[in-house]
Design a binder for this molecule. Structure first.
Ligand SMILES: Nc1nc2c(c(=O)[nH]1)N[C@H]1C(S)=C(S)[C@@H](COP(=O)(O)OP(=O)(O)OC[C@H]3O[C@@H](n4cnc5c(=O)[nH]c(N)nc54)[C@H](O)[C@@H]3O)O[C@H]1N2
Ligand SMILES: Nc1nc2c(c(=O)[nH]1)N[C@H]1C(S)=C(S)[C@@H](COP(=O)(O)OP(=O)(O)OC[C@H]3O[C@@H](n4cnc5c(=O)[nH]c(N)nc54)[C@H](O)[C@@H]3O)O[C@H]1N2
Ligand code: SF4
Ligand SMILES: [Mo]
Length: 736
C-alpha cells in the first residue's frame, strides 16, 4: 500500500511543496503540492533528484573510515570516536586554529545544520572557518551590513507587485531564484508583464531569463559597478531621485550623488559595452516607474568589485524610492526572527580578525574559503592541519580546486559529514553520512527570510529514517561533545548527558521556541492565542500564508537609532579603484582579450546532482559557449575541443558556438570534473565533464568581502583539434 506524504524540495531556494508517494520506504513518485500557498503545484525537472538521492546505491548509509585508498564501513561509535580523537589530537598539539571548518551550500536547506549544527561547528573556536558564502553572497552581506546594519538584511524584489524589474547577473528561470524564494519564476515574470510591467536583464549572456524578458542588454563581465553607477548618475542628473517615497531615515545621499557625477554613461560605455543612450533610457524607465525593483545575484557577486555592485543595486533601489516599499525591494518578516538568531550565533560583525597568511578580513565570523589552501600549505604557528567539512565540496566549488586538492592530501586529519565519496571527501579519514533529505523533518529557517511572500511551513520526514540513520546535527553535536570532553574524567557520562539533552529538545523544541518568540508567534506562554506554534504548523502541512511583504526597515531603524547609509565610507573609498577598472575594461576590449563567466543548468545543482541518471541524460552540458565572432577568429566550430587557459591552469573542453554570448566572453558551468580517482559516484563519473574551478584563480577576490571573483577571468582559448560544424560529436561523446 502506498501513501502520499507532504514535504519540501530542499534542492534549491524555491523550496517547492511536494507530495511524495511512498511505499515500503521507497519513493514511488514525486509531484508538486497544488495546495502549497507559495509553489501552488509547481516543481522543476530537478525535483526527481529528491527521489534519486534517496534511492542512490552510491549514497553512503553507514560511516566509513579510510584504509589506504579504500573506505571500510564501521559502526557509528567507532567512526565518531576515530573522528573525535583525530581532531582532538590536532587541537591539543597545534592549537584551535589548526582545525579548519568548511560548510557547503546544502546547509542553507537543512534545519538541523542551521541550528544545532552552527552551535557545534562554532564551538571549536577556530578562526579558520569558511563556507560557500565566500563563493556566493558575501558581497550582498557586506553591503547589507554597512547600509542597513545587519548582514542578513538583504532586500528581495517584491515580485507580486512590481511593475519594473531590472535583473543584473542572475538567471532565475534556470536557478529558480536566489536570495529570492519564489517558486515558478516563469509565471511570476509573465505576471509582471501581464500587469503592464517590464522585465529587463543585464547579462553577458542572452540567458533563458533574458529570452523571457522584454529587453536584454549585454554587459561586459566585472563592469557592473560602472554600469550601475552610471544609472545612478542619470537618476540624479535628471532629478528623478525620489528617496522620500519611502519614509526612511537616510544619510549619505549627497556623497553618492557626488561619486556618481563622475561616471556619466558616455564615460563608462567603452568599458561596460552598454551604449550611453541605452543606460539613459533604462535609468529613466526605472526611475519613472511607480513600482520598480533592481535585483542582482551571483553574476554581480563573482567579480572583483562585487561588494560595490551589490551596494549600487541596493542604492539604486534607495534613490529611486523603491527600498522598503511595496512593489520595490523589500525585507520579509519571517516567522523565525533570523536577525535575532544570527546575532545569538555571533554572525553579526565584520573585520574582527583576519586570516593568517593573506590577512583576509573576517565577515560574519568566517574567512574566505579561497584562503584554505595557503593556510594548509604555509608552515608556522596556526597552520591548518585538520579539516572538517559539512555539506560541501570545495574541490569542485572553490577557486583553484586543483591547488586545494593537493593541499588536502597533506592534511594530518580530515573528517567529512557527507553522503558521498566525492572529489573532496575522498581525502577524508572518516566520512559521516547523514540521512537522506526525505528522512528528516523540515522548516526553511534561512530561505523564509528571503521569500517574496511571508509564510511558514513545517513538514515531518516523509520517510522514517532507518534505525541506524543520524541527522547531520546529531552527528555534529555528538562529535563536538566527544572532542571537547576528550581526555576528561567525566567524559562518557557527561557526553551522553549533553547529547541526550540536545536530542530531547531537538529541532522541534528549537522550532517551537523560536516560532513563539517570532513576529508572528504565539509567545512563549501562548499570550497571543492566534499566533504561530509548532503545533499550529503541524496542523497546516501545506504551509501557512502570512501575506504580502510589508515595509519594516523604517521600524528597524527607529529601534536601533541608525539611519540607512546610502554611501558607506568604506565603499566610497574603494570606489576610487573604479577609475582603474574603467581603463582596464576598455583596454581589455581593445586587445580582444577573452574573459570567462559561469552558468547554471536547470537539470544540475552545483556539483552534486550528477549522479542522477534522469538528470544527466541528454546532450553534454559541460561545454564552453563562445560567440560566433570569437569562434571564427580562432577557427573554432561547435564540437571542437579547445584548451582553456588561465593564470592558474588549463582544461580541455568541447565548444558550443552560440549567438547567446557577448563577443569577448566565454561561459562554462561549474560543478563538473567527476573523473578524479577514487570518486564513488558511478553515473557522475561516466558524465565527468571538467571543473571550471581548475582554472579559476584563488587570488582573485572581491576586494571588500573576500568573495571569489570567478567572473571576468582573463583566459585564452585555442583549438586542440578541429571538427565540422555538426554538433553530433558532442552528443556522441555524451552517450558513451
Ligand atoms: N566557478 C564557479 N564556482 C562556483 C560557483 C559559480 O557560479 N562558479 N557557485 C558557487 C556557489 S553560489 C555555491 S553556493 C558553491 C557551492 O559549494 P559547495 O556547497 O561546496 O558545493 P556543492 O556542490 O553544493 O556540494 C554540496 C555537498 O554537500 C553534500 N550534501 C548535500 N546535501 C547534504 C546534506 O543535507 N547534508 C550533508 N552533510 N551533506 C549534503 C553533497 O553530497 C556535496 O558533497 O559553489 C560555488 N562555486
Ligand atoms: N538549476 C540550478 N539551480 C540553482 C543552482 C544550480 O547549480 N543549478 N545553484 C543554486 C545556487 S548555489 C545559487 S547561489 C543560485 C544562483 O542563482 P543565479 O544568480 O540566478 O545564478 P546563475 O544562473 O549562475 O546566474 C548568474 C548570471 O550572471 C551572469 N554573469 C556572469 N558574470 C557577470 C557579470 O560580470 N555581470 C553580470 N551582469 N552578469 C554576469 C551569468 O551569465 C549568469 O547568467 O542558483 C541556485 N539554483
Ligand atoms: S524549483 Fe525545482 S529544485 Fe527548486 S525547490 Fe522547486 S522542485 Fe526543487
Ligand atoms: Mo550558491
Amino acid at each position: 500500500m502506498s501513501e502520499t506524504r507532504l514535504a519540501t524540495c530542499t534542492l534549491c531556494e524555491a523550496a517547492c511543496g511536494i507530495a511524495v508517494q511512498v511505499e515500503g520506504g521507497r519513493v514511488v513518485s514525486i509531484r508538486g503540492d497544488a495546495d502549497d500557498p507559495m509553489s501552488r503545484g509547481y516543481v522543476c525537472p530537478k525535483v526527481i533528484g529528491m527521489r534519486d538521492l534517496h534511492e542512490d546505491p552510491d549514497r553512503l548509509r553507514a560511516p566509513v573510515i579510510r584504509e589506504g585508498s579504500a573506505f571500510r564501513e564501521v559502526s557509528w561509535e567507532q567512526a565518531l570516536d576515530v573522528a573525535a580523537r583525530g581532531i582532538a589530537r590536532v587541537r591539543r598539539e597545534h592549537g584551535r586554529d589548526a582545525l579548519a571548518v568548511y560548510q557547503g551550500n546544502p546547509t542553507a536547506h537543512n534545519l538541523g545544520l542551521l541550528t544545532f549544527g552552527q552551535v557545534a561547528l562554532r564551538s571549536f573556536g577556530t578562526k579558520n572557518i569558511s563556507s560557500a558564502s565566500s563563493t556566493d553572497q558575501v558581497p550582498h552581506m557586506v553591503a547589507a551590513y554597512e547600509m542597513f546594519g545587519h548582514p542578513i538584511l538583504m532586500p528581495v524584489p517584491d515580485l507580486e507587485r512590481t511593475r519594473y524589474l531590472l535583473i543584473v547577473g542572475a538567471n532565475p528561470l534556470v536557478s529558480n531564484g536566489s536570495l529570492m524564494t519564489a517558486p515558478d519564476m516563469k509565471r511570476r515574470l509573465a505576471e509582471i508583464r501581464a500587469r503592464g510591467g517590464k522585465v529587463v536583464v543585464l547579462d553577458p549572456r542572452r540567458t533563458e531569463t533574458a529570452e523571457a524578458a522584454d529587453e536584454h542588454v549585454f554587459v561586459a563581465p566585472g563592469t557592473d559597478p560602472l554600469l550601475l553607477l552610471s544609472i545612478v548618475h542619470v537618476v540624479f542628473e535628471r532629478h528623478l531621485d525620489r528617496p522620500k517615497r519611502s519614509p526612511l531615515p537616510v544619510e549619505g545621499l549627497a556623497e553618492l550623488q557626488l561619486l556618481a557625477s563622475r561616471f556619466a554613461p558616455e564615460r563608462c560605455a567603452a568599458a561596460t559595452g552598454v551604449p550611453a543612450e541605452v543606460v539613459r533610457r533604462i535609468a529613466f524607465e526605472l526611475a519613472s516607474s511607480d513600482r520598480a525593483a533592481v535585483y542582482g545575484r551571483v553574476g554581480i557577486c563573482h567579480q572583483e568589485q562585487g561588494t560595490l555592485a551589490a551596494w549600487l543595486v541596493y542604492a539604486l533601489n534607495l534613490v529611486t524610492g523603491n527600498l522598503d516599499r511595496p512593489g520595490g525591494a523589500m525585507f520579509p518578516t519571517p516567522a523565525i526572527d533570523v536577525l535575532l538568531l544570527t546575532k545569538m550565533l555571533g554572525f553579526v560583525g565584520e573585520g574582527r580578525f583576519a586570516s593568517r597568511v593573506r590577512g583576509a578580513r573576517e565577515m560574519a565570523g568566517e574567512v574566505p574559503v579561497a584562503t584554505l589552501s595557503e593556510e594548509i600549505e604555509t608552515e608556522g604557528p596556526g597552520q591548518v592541519r585538520a579539516l572538517l567539512t559539512s555539506a560541501g565540496n570545495p574541490v569542485l566549488s572553490s577557486p583553484n580546486g586543483r591547488r586545494l586538492e593537493q593541499a588536502l592530501a597533506k592534511l594530518d586529519f580530515m573528517v567529512c559529514v557527507d553522503s558521498y565519496v566525492n572529489e573532496t571527501t575522498r581525502h577524508a579519514h572518516v566520512i559521516l553520512p547523514p540521512v537522506s533529505p526525505l528522512e528528516r523533518p523540515h522548516y526553511d529557517v534561512a530561505l523564509a527570510a528571503f521569500s517574496v511572500r511571508n509564510g511558514a511551513k513545517y513538514v515531518e520526514a516523509p520517510i522514517a529514517r532507518p534505525e541506524t540513520g543520524r541527522h547531520d546535527w546529531e552527528i555534529l553535536v555528538d562529535l563536538a561533545a566527544r572532542i571537547h570532553l576528550d581526555g576528561r574524567a567525566l567524559r562518557p557520562l557527561a557526553r551522553r548527558a549533553l547529547v541526550a539533552a540536545t536530542k530531547r529538545f531537538g529541532t522541534d523544541g528549537f522550532l517551537d521556541l523560536f516560532l513563539r518568540l517570532g513576529p508572528h508567534g504565539a509567545g512563549v506562554l501562548g499570550q497571543r492565542p492566534h499566533g504561530l506554534t509548532l503545533s499550529r504548523l503541524r496542523h497546516a502541512p501545506h504551509g501557512i500564508d502570512l501575506g504580502p511583504l510589508e515595509p519594516r526597515l523604517g521600524a528597524l531603524c527607529e529601534k536601533t537609532g541608525r539611519a540607512v547609509q546610502a554611501a558607506p565610507q568604506r565603499f566610497v573609498a574603494e570606489a576610487s579603484s573604479l577609475e582603474e577598472l574603467l581603463e582596464r575594461a576598455a583596454r581589455r576590449k581593445e586587445r580582444g582579450q577573452l574573459v570567462l563567466v559561469g552558468r547554471r543548468h536547470l537539470r544540475s545543482n552545483n556539483s552534486w546532482l550528477h549522479n542522477s541518471r534522469a538528470l544527466v541524460k541528454g546532450p553534454v552540458r559541460c561545454t564552453l559557449l563562445m560567440s560566433p565572432a570569437d569562434a571564427r577568429a580562432r577557427g573554432i566550430a561547435t564540437g571542437a575541443e579547445v584548451t582553456l587557459r588561465s593564470r592558474v591552469g588549463s582544461i580541455v573542453v568541447p565548444v558550443e558556438v552560440s549567438e547567446e554570448m557577448m563577443e569577448g566572453v566565454v561561459s562554462l558551468p561549474h560543478g563538473w570534473g567527476h573523473d578524479r580517482p577514487g570518486v564513488k559516484m558511478g553515473v557522475a563519473t561516466a558524465h565527468a565533464g571538467v571543473s571550471l574551478n581548475d582554472v579559476t584563480d584563488e587570488m582573485a577576490l572581491d576586494k571588500l568581502s573576500g568573495n571569489a571573483a570567478f567572473s571576468g577571468l582573463d583566459v585564452t582559448v585555442e583549438a586542440v583539434r578541429r571538427v565540422g560544424l555538426d554538433p553530433a560529436p558532442v552528443s556522441a561523446r555524451n552517450s558513451g
